[in-house]
Design a binder for this molecule. Structure first.
Ligand code: ZN
Ligand code: ZN
Ligand code: FE
Length: 763
């Protein structure tokens, strides 16, 4: 019996080798028919024996080509036709192609093999790629995804490459970045006096030697430049830290191979899968090796990745097997992507620079993932993941959400999909704002959309908010920061119901103009009640209170003990202007009121003898967590006070019991243990109270504080043991990188209800 199926596939299915894959699969199953691209994705008709057709469809669904991201496959049986053979339909020139672009993907096994094969014509060619791997999003400036619309347009393919490109049976059929030594891009090694030292293969050999000798190299990669040095050379790493003005923040490393990664860290099966995936993110894995102390100080984890471009593979050899590979930027500025810019901005950091002449058009940082509670948690979502869409609950007009300030991302909605941009970073300088602007325009172009609405954070000081408010021609929807956190976790999990939302972070602007950050909500995308929060405490010095945790500690002590605060000052604070700061607090000068959970972490850590000043974001809390030491000392006390229908978590009882345990001789590590346990019980109790009042049984967790693995790994089982369904993040960052998605989810619900502001009530 002959059967004919008409199949439609949508998702990321163009520019990822889908048609040759279908072609070969059809031939294998002895089917006739055709495959082609259209504005919805890929269309297929296949005809043959019943079993063969079924096998074909099953294989297509179960093991599509590696870079494809299938959103839907629909098939219907149609009348058989008389025809022979299987062919690939040429796309009609000028026909409108609306389809999704693939993220940049790590080199595939086939290409890696050819790279090492002396007889292959691409032996040691650092830009080898195929339809299953290589650059995508980072090299495109317009759609459709065809070579003329990419930075490969300046390289004309040689006859050998051209014939691969045109052969449907070849694995480089329509691989837009296809290239070889003859016709493609190449690398060059330069010094910063603008002398070219060498080019092509020997440039890489020299680069490796220079790294081996302890030099710092700026290396142009896939989505930006890295700064690299030999990770086993403490002097080189120290020099890099000094020059980059990055005293203590952990640095990421790239390992030659999985064996080396295993020597440095304890890797679970899931972590190995992540490291070796084509997304090839930085994985934060548990350190095995104490030598890496100078790479990730006071941190039990090390951020590591494997080579993901052919050039990376070529940088390693016998006596060089771990490189520090950190983003090439100064402090919080965006990473360099342009050669001239890199010569300019990196001259004070690097000794030499390895460039190439394939332009990076879109900046994409390395993504960062951690495995917690048995699941991947994306902390920074960029290379390998962007621009893959996230599914929304329903379709809406096009919204542009401008995100937060730290770890900024922006997000577009299109139909029922949300497209979160790559990590843009801290929007605190003009370069970052340029990056924001460029990304906004570029994503709009490749998605072919113009926003009809703008969603933004309520913080008047955020540059993303200021930009949003300047867009006079568009209706705007302001979204409260922690409500956005909660909504981002809801939409990621497809929740369309009222929930108990626990949103804990460092800073977010509240609807009362105060700085929120320890918030429990009850409600949904539109109607939400602020059910509980930490009581407001002054943050003396504003931003300075973030950089100097002792100030928060002092504020908590003063709040708790009044004039007696002096009795409890740690000796190490004697050099600080304590009296002056107390005066600021008492007179309420430059001391914004905050309910932040992040600040409570800082302050308690400082009181307990932890870090009093920080050199990178959340350092005090991170170190406090990592010092944790189990103890059977009595638990810390806390008190939740009813204020009408909402609750306030009192800070004084916590501080008093902290002081008491310290008097009893508790160590800093034990205090950390007790503090984390206390927070788990505190927020679980509040969830219980919320359930009693509302009957709600679903809890979502979001906010930067949930990057704290101690808290995160304890609170989930505790809530579950109390009978709650708990939802949190996996694909979407729990930190402010997820804010833009939450803004979209709230805005689209408001638009559907003809409203322009969610109702956050206090009772
Ligand atoms: Zn490949
Ligand atoms: Zn070629
Ligand atoms: Fe936040």
């Amino acid at each position: 019996m002959s059967k004919r199926l008409k199949i439609q596939v949508s998702g990321i299915v163009q520019g990822v080798g889908f048609r040759p894959y279908v072609y070969n699969l059809a031939l294998k199953n002895e089917l006739s028919g055709f495959v082609g691209n259209d504005s919805n994705g890929v269309f297929i008709e296949v005809q043959g024996g019943d079993n063969s057709v079924d096998t074909f469809l099953q294989t297509l669904q179960q093991s599509p080509p590696p870079l494809a991201f299938i959103e839907s496959i629909s098939s219907e049986e149609i009348d058989p036709k008389s025809m022979n053979g299987f062919h690939i339909k040429q796309s009609v020139k000028g026909e409108h192609m609306s389809t999704l672009i693939s993220p940049d993907m790590a080199i595939c096994d086939d290409c890696a093999r050819e790279l090492k094969n002396e007889t292959d014509r691409r032996f040691r060619y650092p830009f080898i790629n195929c339809t299953n791997c290589g650059p995508r999003y980072s090299i495109i400036f317009d759609i459709p995804y065809d070579r003329p619309n990419t930075s490969m347009h300046q390289f004309e393919m040689c006859p050998a490459c051209q014939s691969e490109y045109e052969d449907p049976a070849d694995r480089r059929f329509h691989a837009q970045p296809n290239a070889c030594e003859e016709c493609g891009p190449w690398v060059e090694l330069w010094d910063f006096k603008r002398n070219k030292i060498h080019e092509k293969d020997y440039a890489i050999v020299l680069a490796r030697k220079l790294l081996r000798k302890g030099n710092i190299l700026a290396i142009k990669g896939l989505g930006g430049f890295h700064l690299a040095c030999d990770a086993k050379n403490p002097m080189a790493v120290r020099r890099l830290r000094t020059r980059k003005n990055r005293a203590e923040k952990p640095l990421a490393v790239m390992c030659k191979n999985l064996d080396i990664a295993r020597e440095l860290t304890e890797l679970s099966e899931a972590e190995i899968n992540l490291l070796t995936s084509q997304q090839a993110p930085i994985v934060l894995a548990k350190k095995r090796d104490e030598q890496s102390q100078y790479i990730a100080p006071n941190n039990p984890r090390l951020g590591l990745m494997l080579p993901y471009t052919p050039l990376h593979y070529m940088l390693f050899n016998g006596n060089l097997d771990v490189l520090v590979m950190t983003s090439a930027n100064l402090s919080e500025e965006p990473i360099c992507i342009d050669n001239d810019d890199a010569f300019d901005r990196l001259r004070s950091i690097a000794d030499f620079i390895l460039i190439h002449n394939r332009k990076i058009l879109q900046r994409v940082d390395d993504s960062v993932v951690i495995q917690l509670n048995g699941q991947n948690r994306i902390i920074r979502r960029s290379r390998g993941y962007v621009p893959r869409p996230t599914t929304l609950l329903h379709s809406t007009p096009t919204i542009l959400a401008t995100g937060g300030e730290l770890k900024n991302t922006l997000c577009y909605s299109k139909g029922n999909q949300a497209f979160i941009s790559q990590h843009i970073g801290d929007l605190s300088n003009t370069l970052a704002l340029d990056f924001f602007d460029h990304t906004r325009k570029h994503l709009g172009t490749i998605l072919e959309i113009e926003p009809e609405f703008i969603a933004y954070d309520l913080h008047p000081g955020y540059l993303s908010t200021q930009w949003a408010l300047e867009q006079d021609n568009l209706p705007k929807i302001g979204v409260q920061h922690h409500h956005a956190h909660m909504a981002s976790a809801m939409v990621e999990n497809g929740l369309n119901e009222a929930v108990i939302g626990i949103a804990l972070d460092g800073t977010g602007y509240g609807t009362d103009g105060k700085i929120w950050g320890g918030e429990v909500f009850m409600g949904d995308y539109v109607e939400v009640q602020r059910f509980a929060h930490f009581e407001y405490i002054p943050a003396p010095g504003g931003d300075k209170a973030i950089l100097e945790p002792w100030r928060m500690g002092l504020s908590y002590l003063y709040h708790t003990f009044g004039a007696d605060y002096q009795k409890y000052l740690p000796d190490e604070w004697s050099s600080y202007p304590v009296d002056q700061v107390v005066e600021m607090i008492a007179k309420q000068v430059n001391s914004p009121m905050t309910s932040s959970c992040g600040r409570l972490f800082d302050g308690i850590a400082a009181i307990a003898g932890g870090r009093t000043e920080i050199t990178y974001e959340a350092q005090a809390a991170i170190e406090f967590q990592h010092l944790m030491e189990e103890t059977d000392r009595a638990a810390l006390k806390y008190q939740i006070v009813e204020r009408g229908k909402h609750y306030e978590i009192q800070v004084a009882p916590i501080v008093k019991s902290v002081i008491q345990r310290l008097d009893e001789g508790a160590s800093l590590g034990e205090m950390s243990f007790l503090f984390h346990k206390m927070l788990v019980m505190l927020f679980s109790d509040i969830a219980d109270l919320a359930r009693e009042q509302s009957g709600l049984n679903t809890v979502v967790l979001s906010g930067g504080v949930f990057q704290n693995s101690g808290l995160f790994e304890w609170i989930i089982p505790e809530l579950e043991s109390r009978g709650f369904r708990v939802f949190t993040h996996s694909e979407i960052p729990t930190n402010d990188g997820g804010i833009s998605l939450g803004q979209i989810a709230i805005a689209q619900t408001l638009i559907a209800k003809n409203k322009n502001q969610a109702n956050i009530s206090y009772s």
